[in-house]
Design a protein around this ligand. Sequence first.
Ligand code: C2G
Length: 130
Amino acid sequence: MKRVITYGTFDLLHYGHINLLRRAKALGDYLIVALSTDEFNWNEKQKKCYFTYAERKQLLEAIRYVDLVIPEENWEQKRTDVKEYHVDTFVMGDDWAGKFDFLKEQCEVVYLPRTPEISTTQIKQDLNKK
Ligand code: C2G
């Protein structure tokens, strides 16, 4: 069984995220999503999430492509996650291209094209215009 992992905040969940998750799952048989915790988002990414970790986890677990959701609590856990979950392929959108090439010693590293026209920032801006 080919195991794939990806990381992210996934707030507000939108079709760009779904496009990423669908393509990530297509690279294997089992997709793990390491979901950024509220603390990690705030302390490390200065992101204030609209939905809590528990709510974002519930949303991701309802997606047919997702097999397991684990917490992402720090930048350093990727190496141990890949080992602990016997990951074959690490996937991220190409806004992260090159940033995780150090994982190539442990697994395949794939950067997929982002869905260009959608982002949480864009959603919030459009909603403010209404
Ligand atoms: N994404 C995408 N297209 C978009 C928006 C996002 O393909 N229009 C992808 C991103 O490239 C990423 C995933 O969806 O691979 C999750 O996006 P975010 O929640 O914004 O993830 P980010 O905050 O970049 O966190 O350790 C890695 C970080 O946790 C990644």
